[in-house]
Each structure stands twice: as C-alpha cells, then as structure tokens.
Design a protein around this ligand. Structure first.
Ligand code: S3P
Length: 435
C-alpha cells in the first residue's frame, strides 16, 4: 500500500513555491483538508494555484509579491497553516486576519505572537488565541530566539518570517527536537540556511538560521507519503497476528521516524525499513523516502533490560502526532505502558490526553490520566464500545485501529474528521484488511 503525500511537507512546499519566483509543480500533494486550507489562503493572497488530482501547480509571486486578502484567511482546522502563514504575513506591508474553526481558534498562539512582535510585526489576538490580526512590517528585524516550547510550527513561523528580515534570523532548540522539514525545504528553494550545535548556559542546542531578503527559486518535486498516516497501518499490522504489510514511497525523515521506529522495535514490533537509494542521490525537497515492511503479532513487551515501557523526554516532540496511536498499542504491551512529558497533547486539535483516556476506558482498558500523559496499567483485551473522535482526525484513526483489535463491534461518532489529514483512510483500511 501507499499513503497520500505528507501533510507537513505539502504545507511547506506550497508556501515556499508561492514565495518563489516562477512556477513549481508539486506531485503527490497531500489530499488533506488542512493542506487545502493552505492552498485556499495562498489563493486569497493573490497566488495562482491549480490542482489536477494530486498535482499542484503553484505560480510563485516572489517574496514580496503577495497581495492583501479582502476577507479573513480561513485556516480551517489547521494549526500549521495558521502558524506558518503568520510568519509569512508578519513580513508583508499590509494587514491580514487569520481565523479558523472552533478548535483552531481555541489553540495557543502566543508562542508565535511573541517572536513575531520581537521581529517588529504587530499582532492582536483574542487573549492569545485566533482570530489573529497581523500588521506586517517590511523588512522585519532579525532575531535570535530560543524556543520555550518544542514546536516545529513555531520554528517554521520564525524562519519564514526570517525570509523578510534584514540579517540572519536564528532559532535555538534542543538537538533532534522537532521535525526539520522547513530547514530542508528552505535550502531546496535556494535560501541560505545554517545548522550548527551551540552551547548555551551549559546546554547543547541546535541553532538553525536563515539569511533574510533572499530570493527563492521555483522548484517542484515528488512529496513522500505521510509517515504519520502510515503509522496507523504500521501499528495495526504489528498488532494483528500474521499480518504482512508493505508500505511504499513513504517519508523516512529521521526527525519523524527515529523515535517512532525505536519505540516500536524496542517493544518487539516486526519492522524493516528499506530506504530508497543512497544519501548521494539528490532527493526531492531533500526528504528521504523508502518502504517499510511490517509483520504482525509478535506479542509486545519491552525487549531487553534497560528498555522500558515508559515513553517520555526528548522522544516526545518527534512522535507527537503518533501518541494516541501508541497509547492504543500500549494496551497490548506486557506490563503496561506510560506516556509522560506530553502535555502539548492537551492543545492539539482536541485535548488528546482526555480523548484517548475516555475512549480507552470505554473499551475496558485500565488507564490513569496525568497532566502530561497517561498510564495503562496492564495488558487488556479491549472490547467494542461507543467511541468519540472529539472532532480530532488522529483520535478517529487511532480508535479505528483500537476497534479492529477489540472483541465485538465499535461505533465511532464523528468519524468524518479523518479528512483533516487522510480522507482516504477508511477506504485504504478496507483495501488491506483480509476477512
Ligand atoms: C507540525 C508540527 C507539530 C504537529 C503538527 C504538524 C508541522 O505541531 O503536531 O501536526 O507540520 O510542523 P507542533 O509543532 O505545534 O508540535
């Protein structure tokens, strides 16, 4: 099987293609509603975007060529759209308004407002939440910013704003902290990006910086399949005895996969990763791609001394979107499973800790809720139940997998929200399940 193009990479490719000079064709563009929101916002900002199936043709207007939108820009359910466009709009010489659905307008935005104001934009909000009104300034001031939360969206917002800043804009974060698609993509489009390790207050940090006032060149390419969408199938295949599943053309960026694969293999899941080509092959968007083989039913338990069934610390930001799925997997781990240091989950598309705990309890799991995670106390055979997506695509998909491994039937309310990242999810599932 394959999965649709990566959502994170598609947002970035569309935005950078819009800011480039010339036309870019983006193949295997994400089919998600979130990326459609990004495209629609770009259109409202004067960019011509045509779509033919999964091919997206963007006619770039250059870094200073966007036009003000008469209407507020509707980011729908997409945090990436809002936070990344906030960075782009901060460096324009006009006023913009960014809004979203009820969920998005309740999520924290101070994390982007603060650095953008330091750079010289004026941003008003509703108590730190959207709608955001952004009065841009050109050029912005370059800043050096140590991120208080581990967030790729915040990092990307600042780096995109940095394109319209005078000088070099720097973001500091712990090593291998958050996904690095923006850094790769900026380079691919011709910006000058530097990454280096620095020591600050006795801590080793990674400094990512971009030179401002650069010109981006038009560049297209093939977007890899979304590893976060693949994750539901990987876990389902790992849990269902005798499964054999091959997922092809999927993104293997280490900042997305390292923690996920190490967690799964250390619990005994049967995974084989087959990167395509070698690092000397120039990859589209500088993103590695390959195939993943999964064989199921190994029985999950921490494999060796020193490996534990506690997931926390630096691993968390790299598999943040996979945590609801891993919590479901955790109900099948001998000795139980704990997720900690993950309070960011409470401010995603839903409060993913409460949503996961409530659904797991409905299915008979013995689970404790913590402020920053949850503990599944022992391995349990789940039973069918009435489940709720809480309007959150990742909850809907994680609990579809839970329903598959449960005894009896389950009903999932609000299942259509899967369209936010993976509209073909149920169809794809049907295509790989053997009855
Ligand atoms: C994303 C980063 C993550 C992730 C989201 C997509 C991105 O959010 O949860 O689904 O594309 O940069 P944060 O950066 O806020 O953790």
């Amino acid at each position: 099987m394959s999965v649709p193009g990566d959502k994170s990479i598609s947002h970035r490719a569309a935005i950078m293609a819009a800011l480039a000079e010339g036309d870019s064709r983006l193949y295997n563009f994400s089919t998600s509603a979130d990326c459609a929101s990004t495209l629609e916002c770009l259109r409202r900002l004067g960019v011509t975007v045509e779509r033919d199936g999964n091919v997206c043709h963007v006619q770039g207007v250059g870094r200073t060529g966007l036009r003000p939108s008469a209407e507020p820009l509707d980011c729908g359910n997409s945090g990436s759209t809002m936070r990344m466009l906030a960075g782009v709009l901060a460096g324009q010489d006009f006023v913009s308004e960014l809004t979203g659905d009820e969920s998005l307008n309740s999520r924290p935005m101070r994390r982007v407002i603060e650095p953008l104001e330091l750079m010289g934009a004026q941003v008003s909000s509703v108590d730190g939440r959207a709608p955001l009104r952004i009065k841009g300034r050109r050029p912005l001031k370059a800043i050096s910013y140590a991120m208080p939360v581990a967030s790729a969206q915040v990092k990307s917002c600042i780096l995109l704003a940095g394109l319209n800043a005078k000088g070099r804009t720097e973001v500091l974060e712990p090593p291998l902290s958050t996904r690095d698609h923006t850094e790769r993509m900026l380079r691919y489009y011709g910006a000058s990006v530097q990454q280096k390790q620095v020591e600050r207050d006795g801590r080793t940090l990674v400094s990512v910086s971009v030179d401002g006032l650069a010109r981006l060149r038009d560049r297209g390419g093939m977007i890899p399949g979304d590893i976060s969408s693949a994750a539901f199938f990987i876990v389902a295949a790992a849990l269902l005895p005798q499964s054999k599943l091959k997922i092809v053309n999927v993104g293997l960026n280490i900042t997305r996969t390292a923690s996920l694969f190490s967690t799964l293999t250390s619990l005994g899941a049967g995974l084989r990763i087959n990167p395509a080509g070698s690092s000397s092959v120039a990859e589209d968007f500088y993103e590695p791609i390959g195939a993943i083989d999964v064989s199921g039913g190994a029985g999950l338990a921490p494999a060796e001394e020193g490996r534990s069934n506690v997931l926390g610390g630096a691993l968390i930001p790299q598999l943040i979107d996979e945590l609801p799925m891993l919590a479901v997997l955790g109900t099948q781990v001998l000795g139980g499973f704990t997720i900690k240091d993950a309070s960011e989950l409470r401010v995603k598309e839903s409060d993913r800790i409460t949503a996961t705990v409530e659904n797991l309890r409905a299915m008979g799991a013995d689970v404790e809720e913590h402020e920053d995670g949850l503990t599944i106390k022992r391995r349990t055979q789940l039973h069918g139940a009435k489940l709720n997506s809480y309007g959150d695509h990742r909850i809907a998909m994680a609990f579809t997998v839970a329903a598959l491994i449960a005894e009896g039937e389950s009903y999932l309310a609000g299942a259509d929200c899967v369209k936010v990242s993976f509209p073909e999810f149920f169809q794809t599932f049907r295509s790989v399940i053997e009855r």
